[in-house]
Design a binder for this molecule. Sequence first.
Ligand code: E4P
Length: 217
Amino acid sequence: MKFFIDTANLDQIREAQALGILDGVTTNPSLMAKEGITGEENIKNHYKAICEIVDGDVSAEVIATDYEGMVREGEALAALHSQIVVKLPMIADGVKACKYFSDKGIKTNVTLVFSAGQALLAAKAGATYVSPFIGRLDDISTDGLNLIAEIRHIYDNYMFETEILAASVRHTMHVIDCAKIGADVMTGPLKAIEGLLNHPLTTIGLEKFLADYKKGN
Ligand code: E4P
């Protein structure tokens, strides 16, 4: 399973990259705003800065909600760097734009996906990635992980090449459960990734090894 970090924070991206396990980055307009990145030029420069840190795909989201606007914005974003993936909302014009970009060989990530039907449409439109938001489904007492399982089942039935990018991952157990189900990618905050490191027996075991070493040296 690929690991993407879901942030526009350059320090956190550097930290995940330094761990040696990072495969890419997802961002969205809210994450950009959280870092105080505003204005078209600043946002574009920030995407370029992210691409300089990581080796993998970097999702950059369009703001337009009409087909022509999405195509215009997506083309400008894709021209910024070879690692940019055009992120499009799951609406009718987003599906049309997805088809346009996939026909041109430009990578896409269809976002704000909350049902298996939406994921089926994204795959039919040739999306590179589909982003089901598991945390936001959990927030409304719906089983987000079950959606990942449904999409996995459907995509496997027809050998769709669209990668399931489990998004809105909130914690470490989400990461593990997504891996069990067979999500191709997960995107989450740094703390969900770093949480995978933790086990009390590792801490206790290391302390004992070091203490025993000191006794003999
Ligand atoms: C996905 O690409 C989104 O950026 C993201 O995962 C949303 O997560 P949230 O529900 O924690 O805001």
